[in-house]
Structures are given as C-alpha cells and as structure tokens.
Design a protein around this ligand. Structure first.
Ligand code: UDP
Length: 329
C-alpha cells in the first residue's frame, strides 16, 4: 500500500514525502518536473515523471502501487502569474485536478488530501479568518483552487470518497534536517526572495505596495513553517484512514506579519542588509489575511512546533546557503 504524492518533487511536496517516509509509509510521486527537481525526491520514494492529467499513467501507478490515498500538491502557485494567464491556471489547477479525482474514483482510492489556499477567501472581512467566511477569491489562482474544492465536495457527496482540503496560508522555511527546501527557480514568494537578497543572489528586492490600510502600509500574511504544514497533512491522512469524514481546515498560526516585518527578520537573522526598493501594488494581492487555525487543532490534533518567524527565516536562509553551494560545484 502506498501514498501517491503529486508534485512530490516540488517545495511542499518534497517535505511531505520526507514526512511520510519518516512515519514508515510507502510513497510514490507523480511529478512532471516542470518546476520540481528529481533530486528533491528521496531514494526511498518512487518517482514517476509524468503529468497528473495523464489518466492512463496515473491509474497505472495507483493500481501497481495499491495506492490508498492521494496527497495532491501538483499545480501552479503564483498569484500574479494567474492574473496574466488565467486559462493556464484553470488547466493546471482545475482541469487536471478533475482528471486526478476521476482517476482516484476509478481506482477505488477513497482518501484525498488537497492543497488548497487562503486565496479562496480573497480579502476577508475580518481576521483571523475561519473556514466559514465568504469565499471570494481575488485571483484566478484562488478561483482555480476553489473550483477543485467544489469538485471534491460534490464527489464526496456522490461516492464512497472522503477528502481533506487544507487551506494554506503563507508556507515558508525548510526542513530543519536540511534534506529539502524551497529550490524553485525564479521564486516570487516573499521569504524566499528576501533570503536570496540576503545571500547575494539578488542585488535588491521590491516591496509591492506601501500604501495599504495596515499599520506600516504593507500587506500582512500568516507565515507557516513547511514542516508544521506537512505534519498537518500526515494527521489528516490518519484521520481519513480511521474513517474521519471530509474536512476543510485552515493551516496557519493565527498571527500576521507585514512585509516589512518579514524583511526585518531576514536582516536580523542573516546579519546582512537587504536592499529594498519600494514598488507599486502587485495585481491580485489581498491586504491582510491571517488564519483561524482552531479547526486544525481540534479536528486534526495539530500541534505546531516551529511557530516562530526567526526559526522559519533561519531554516529558509540555511537552505539558500545549501543551494548556493550546490550551484557552485
Ligand atoms: N512581496 C513583496 N516583494 C516580493 C515578494 C512578495 O513585497 O518580492 C509581498 C507581496 O506583495 C505580498 C506578500 O509579500 O503582499 C506575500 O507575497 P507572497 O508572494 O510571498 O505570497 P502570497 O500571499 O501572494 O501567496
């Protein structure tokens, strides 16, 4: 019996693979390596290079490895890119998720964990945001993920199938054991960009918007350590296997930091100056969004252990140094 991790060669997916292996699970990864890396998949997991929309390939894997659960990370994740290329996002994130869900049904895979996003809320009316807040995505990225949640809801209502949709807030940091990290080229996410600037990979970074209605004028986000995030998935897997019904839960810590606060943390931890250029607002950005994580605590028994911005930044920085060394050899 194995767990199928889609996107397991990517940032969050590769951390998930390690989490599963650490718990003694058998793992098979399907990843087309468009943004992920084969070296990010540990040897103990099987890597099948292919597209999650290729149903013959995916169903072959599900049957051959006797897959009992899918953890679905594969997809496109950049908000402004989705604004520029909505149809690309609806293809990668929605159409291909539909194919994957159908493959799971055909192969009798009853458990499905989906990487959803806080972007389904848009800018919430109040923070921290609970799962019952109105769903008003402000970008095709958020809409593409919400559409998959809806497909999962309706599939679970019609079939012997249960899912967990975890709505991620801002995932960052790297494996404290240094086995994997955020390696994506051309990354756009704040902590990665700030760490690349601190380690000299970029000469400067931009702050997108300093005139938002927040205490320092920059956007506020809830940054969650990737290791705590993948642990929530592992708990969700156990819950589904023991008959827990479908669930939607936020994954964040319930505390917000502004863009400038994050950059200050990177400066402090790295002991380096980070050159910052103030730019205009970025398309699709919500002003402030912070999770209510109560459901994750109560339903999954989640106990985060890396809830500390300094630790997140320090793990992210250390991974940047590892990547820089790797690229020099
Ligand atoms: N951001 C920024 N400069 C960057 C990257 C991000 O000012 O180089 C800001 C971005 O505008 C947003 C916040 O940092 O307000 C978090 O953005 P990120 O892309 O990390 O995640 P998102 O919340 O969009 O998923």
């Amino acid at each position: 019996m194995a767990v199928l991790v889609t996107g397991g060669a990517g940032y969050i997916g590769s951390h998930m693979v390690w989490e599963l292996l650490d718990h003694g699970e058998e793992v098979v990864v399907v990843d087309r390596l468009s943004t992920g890396f084969d070296w990010a998949v540990p040897d103990r997991a099987e890597l099948v290079v292919g597209d999650i929309g290729d149903q013959a390939l995916v169903e072959g894997v599900m049957k051959r490895r006797n897959v009992d659960a899918v953890i679905h990370f594969a997809g496109s994740i950049i908000v402004p890119e989705s604004v520029a290329d909505p149809l690309g996002y609806y293809l990668n994130n929605t159409v291909k998720s539909r194919a994957l869900i159908e493959s799971a049904l055909r192969c009798g895979v009853k458990h499905f964990i989906f990487s959803s996003t806080a972007a389904v809320y848009g800018t919430p009316q109040k923070n921290p945001v609970t799962e019952d807040e109105p769903l008003q995505p402000e970008s095709p990225y958020g809409t593409s993920k919400l559409m998959t949640e809806i497909m999962l809801r309706d599939t679970a209502a019609a079939h012997d199938f249960a899912y967990t949709a975890l709505r991620y807030f801002n995932v960052s940091g790297a494996d404290p054991k240094r086995r994997t990290g955020q390696s994506t080229k051309g990354a756009t996410h704040l902590i990665k960009v700030a760490c690349e600037t601190a380690t000299g990979k970029r000469p400067f970074m931009e702050v997108f918007g300093t005139d938002y209605p927040t205490p320092d004028g920059t956007c506020v986000r809830d940054y969650i350590h990737v290791s705590d995030l993948v642990n929530a998935h592992y708990l969700a897997l156990q819950r589904l296997r023991s008959g827990g019904g479908s669930l939607i839960a936020n994954c964040g810590y319930g505390r917000g930091y502004s863009v400038l606060e994050v950059i200050d943390a990177v400066k402090r931890v790295s002991g380096t100056d980070v050159k910052v250029v103030e730019s205009g607002r970025r398309a699709g950005d919500a002003v402030a969004i912070v999770a209510s994580a109560e459901r994750c605590f109560s339903e999954l028994g989640w106990k985060p252990v890396h809830d500390d911005l300094q630790e997140i930044v320090s793990d992210a920085l250390r991974w940047e140094e590892i990547l820089a060394k790797r690229n020099r050899v």
